[in-house]
Write a protein that binds this ligand. Sequence first.
Ligand code: DHB
Ligand code: FE
Length: 280
Amino acid sequence: MAKIIAGIGTSHIPTVGAVIDNDQMHGEYWDPFIAGIKPAREWMEKTKPDVCLIVYNDHASAFSLKHISTFGIGVAQEYQPADEGYGPRQVPVCNGNSDLSWHIAESLVLDEFDMTISNEMPVDHGLTVPLTIMYDQPKEWPCQVIPLYVNVVQYPQPTGNRCYNLGKAIRKAVESYPEDITVAIFGTGGLSHQLQGERAGLINEEYDKQWLEKLVNDPLSVKDISHTEYLRETGSEGIEAIMWLVMRGAMDDEVNEVHRFTHAPVSNTNYGLTIIENKK
Ligand code: DHB
Ligand code: FE
């Protein structure tokens, strides 16, 4: 049977991708960041999940605002890096796993999560930057990738509770897949940041710190946080953090945290990273 072996939460800041792609990740600004993600890369190297199921949001790269899906899943055999206005990132193509994707899609829909199903889609920084953070610059990604996208860019976004329950349904779907493969589930985006408007540049480290601690050790206490609270406390883009609740819902209530790292600012964002494993 397939198994979810870990949950990974990470911000997906595009600058991190651009700086690594251009071999510029060194010096005073980046040294603490490199040191903070190093243990995560070592853990990844040792753990080697077969599949990374990446919960992310498209930033109007694959999809325009003509049609907005609350939740969707890619079922393709490959996903090209998206052109976000300056040419596609020079990173490997993501190899998919159509069979597992369709299995998850079917299980989720029968569980009454009405997913949009995408046969073809390019993937933007929301998905590729987390891969770079965990794997650096390999010639090929050492895992298959299943993209699962959440609308966080246009109101009304799904509730945190809905995201958490989607995570539970994803776990059920993965655990009913007959092949013996290991899956790491990523929640991406956040933590606090606001990219435009009067409060552009907002970062709320204190709030993020408490939120992350509760997400890891007392998830039921954060799943019902309102959109208004996210907007007020973490800025207009901080709401991306609801995607970490999908990841958290796919794990046991009690988990071991392998690594946690936060650092601000990274670009405009309070960078956050956690890796959690089930206790048994
Ligand atoms: C930044 C962060 C994001 O999550 C994003 O999608 C775009 C930009 C930033 O910090 O610059
Ligand atoms: Fe983002």
